[in-house]
Design a protein around this ligand. Sequence first.
Ligand code: CTP
Ligand code: MG
Length: 553
Amino acid sequence: QRPILRLLSCPGTVAEDLRRDEQPSGSVETGFEDKIPRKRFSEMQNERREQAQRTVLIRCPEKISENKFLKYLSQHGPINNHFFYESFGLYAVVEFCRKESVGSLQNGTRTPSMAMETAIPFRSRFLSLKLKNQTSEQSCIQSSDQLPPSNRKLCELLCYAESIDDQLNTLLKEFQLTEENTKLRYLTCSLIEDIAAAYFPDCVVRPFGSSVNTFGKLGCDLDMFLDLDETRNLSTHKTSGNFLTEFQVKNVPSERIATQKILSVIGECLDHFGPGCVGVQKILNARCPLVRFSHQASGFQCDLTTNNRIALTSSELLYIYGTLDSRVRALVFGIRCWARAHSLTSSIPGAWITNFSLTMMVIFFLQRRSPPILPTLDSLKTLADAEDKCIIEGNNCTFVRDLNRIKPSGNTETLELLLKEFFEYFGNFAFNKNSINIRQGREQNKPDSSPLYIQNPFETALNISKNVSQSQLQKFVDLAQESAWVLQQKDTDRLSVSNNQPWGLAAILLPTVPNRRSFTKKKRKRSANESVRNLLESLKSNRTANFTETNEK
Ligand code: CTP
Ligand code: MG
């Protein structure tokens, strides 16, 4: 329990947040003690998709009465759920109880007539609400926040926490996707599905990656998978007689070319008549071809791919790992935020470590604990039944899908210990000779000379961190060692709250921390060889800017 006195001495907003924390309904879940049977990934995806199909997105005038708005829409049927949010204007997400209500609303909706421009007619579920008479409506709408807290607020929240465990759970609670944000992600996929359905009526657009794998931070991108299996699948209807029919189709030389052609045409559709889809880029020559665009109304940066089912499967695997034990997500969020704070990760593609790789490293680390906190992928495979059997493009993607069949871990280590040990473990990991492999849960010899080798769990010949350069890996190792050291210092513990010093997690999330200089000095002596190596490396790559930077360190 947090002391009341501390609550009172907090600045207003933080105090309110902390009080909200005290309420049982808003409290941080502590995972495995949860007795409710946990949903399968596919069940969760299907439920959310069906929900999204009954939902509309409405751009609203600034001043609007919520009651009148709901009354107006209820003419089309009962409303199950709604919320408002701001993103360069006010938007409402309205979920009807029945799908027919959406059709009824669309039937009463017109295509705008424009004075100077021409509207391309397209009946979507993204609507605008106009006031017939500019009456002075009172607006008292409560809009839901779609963004993570500011650094200042986060720092305050972390400094007022009781323990490092408490800090990690606070971070998780502040950064994880909210129910509303998740609904908006599924709705955005559903709106894109409507556009793609103009060509492929049976297609499904499914979110994957961090939007659904339980590791998504507010503000993360929206990865979408255009699933054409229904269109592609052979008809299962048995026909009598000696005949069978096949569709006349166009043939192309490879799966890759088919993917490029499909994405190219969908990219054109989004660009030409996708309401709210802007900045459409077709990146068709990438290893995994994609269409990237911004969905303006939701504020999501979207990556649409197809023929990428393995990525959906790895999202399902991560969903299982993230749901099995509450410590997993708290630790992953802590490490993701730490990496972002030190620019180890970036939103721009490059030689950096990705969030996906970091998550794999945490999972691997948790498999290595004694007793293990997470099972290996091979042991999830042995728990699988006939229904779980899955081979994709020759890769064995079989693992148990029912979470309730996996035994909880007997390990009771605290998050504080795990965070420290994570930095210790990877600060001293033999990256030069070993690879990380969550399938077997143990290090293996690296099959090639990539600085960081993390085996793709399903396409086992691939390295998911092939892009990471030696210098980025070194930066990760240095920071891990430094953070392990900072966390071990007595004076970064909660006692220093009194003199307003960031402590624990807050101390390692800040770019500059007290005592860092003494660590750096010690380290400098220890790693003279490393500096020479870095210097040689930068001379080799002939980049003067790099050279100056290394000298300045
Ligand atoms: N993926 C993969 N192999 C890679 C990169 C990505 O299989 N080398 C898959 C993973 O399933 C990953 C998904 O593609 O979750 C989306 O990739 P990305 O957006 O880079 O990662 P996220 O996990 O979504 O994390 P972020 O929050 O940074 O977007
Ligand atoms: Mg992503």
